[in-house]
Design a protein around this ligand. Structure first.
Ligand code: UFG
Length: 326
């Protein structure tokens, strides 16, 4: 299948591109390289530089690639940043997605897989979290993704573009070639691994007074390969709607640090900091729908193997991808 990956130079996009190429798809990556990395694009994919905020660039990319489906990752992702500087999230994530859908309708491209998030639910009313929960985002980031889902739902109903919303829990891990390189980094696992890499002295735990067994927040960590696999399964004609993607297991911040100590053999000193604004106590996915309808089976569910894969990648890429344009 001819697939256009918008945001294919980013963390989840790069691994999805790699796995699409492995599966024999004809892949084009569309990216502005503002936060992604040229070196993260699989050389088997065609690279088209462009920006969703410039509609003519996505229109041209759809034409050039002849895409039958689009997988859309191109967005700002930092929750904290979205609460300090909200409007660029609406401009990039929402207007950009609107431009993409307009271009898809004009080009007759009838399938979209959208990178959504469990942050569209806000604080959940039940645990584990399935897709029937009300969506009440508590951050601009979550709101921006929910607005995109709404735009896409109407486009599906009126223009017949089949839309799949994959709502991720905590993406982590790496393949041999592609891993996590955000700047600035805010995610727990890469920050922890900066300690044994000699790039920071210690990790800070944001609050140990949550209502959990060890007092630290619990998250559902899902391997990037498993996430990427769900996108490939979702390309199948006839699939649409929302799917939560997680392992269904929760690990606390302290448990993740302990696993990283075992994997790296480094003591990884940790200090306590106050709670980080906006953090939910516990987020765990019920992914029964993805298993049943997509036939999705996470294969790298064990936290140790997730952290090991990230550690291997960071050891072989201590400076990440280096310069963005290289
Ligand atoms: N944490 C620390 N210290 C750090 C970094 C993180 O204790 O230095 C804690 C956080 O407080 C949180 C947990 O580790 O409890 C995980 O934090 P991350 O920043 O790695 O991930 P989040 O759960 O905050 O965010 C993730 C995605 C977002 C998505 C969100 C949905 O990165 O894109 O899940 O809630 F929106």
């Amino acid at each position: 299948m001819k697939v256009l990956v918008a945001g294919g130079a980013g963390y989840i996009g790069s691994v999805t591109t790699e796995m699409l190429c492995d599966a024999g798809h004809e892949v084009s990556v569309f990216d502005n390289l503002e936060r992604g990395h040229r070196a993260a694009i699989d050389p088997r994919a065609q690279f088209i530089q462009g920006d969703l905020r410039r509609p003519e660039t996505i229109e041209a990319a759809l034409k050039e690639s002849g895409a039958e489906a689009v997988i859309h990752f191109a967005a700002y992702i930092e929750v904290g940043e979205s609460m300090r500087d909200p409007l660029p999230f609406f401009e990039n994530n929402v207007s950009g997605s609107l431009n993409l859908m307009k271009a898809m309708v004009a080009a007759g491209c009838k399938k979209l897989i959208f990178s959504s998030t469990c942050a569209t639910y806000g604080t959940p009313e039940k645990m584990p979290m399935d897709e029937t929960l009300p969506q009440k985002p508590e951050s601009v980031y979550g709101e921006s993704k929910l607005l995109c889902e709404k735009i896409f739902q109407w486009a599906e109903q009126i223009h017949g573009v089949e839309c799949v919303f994959l709502r991720y829990f905590n993406a982590c891990g790496a393949t041999e070639k592609y891993g996590e390189d955000h700047s600035p980094e805010t995610h727990l696992i890469p920050l922890i691994l900066q300690v044994p890499l000699g790039q920071r002295e210690k990790i800070f735990i944001f609050g140990d007074d949550y209502d959990t067994p060890d007092g630290t927040c619990i998250r559902d960590y899902i391997h990037i390969r498993d996430l990427a696999q769900a996108h490939i399964l979702a390309l199948k004609p006839g699939i649409s709607g929302a799917f939560n993607l997680g392992n269904g297991d929760g690990y606390s911040v302290k448990e993740v640090i302990d696993v990283a100590r075992e994997v790296t053999g480094h003591p990884i000193p940790a200090d306590l900091e106050p709670r980080r604004a906006g953090d939910c106590t516990r987020l765990i996915s019920d992914s029964a729908k993805a298993r049943e309808i997509l036939g999705w089976k996470p294969e790298y569910a064990d936290l140790r193997s997730i952290v090991e894969s990230a550690w291997n990648w960071h050891q072989s890429h201590p400076a990440g991808y280096g310069d963005r344009s290289e």
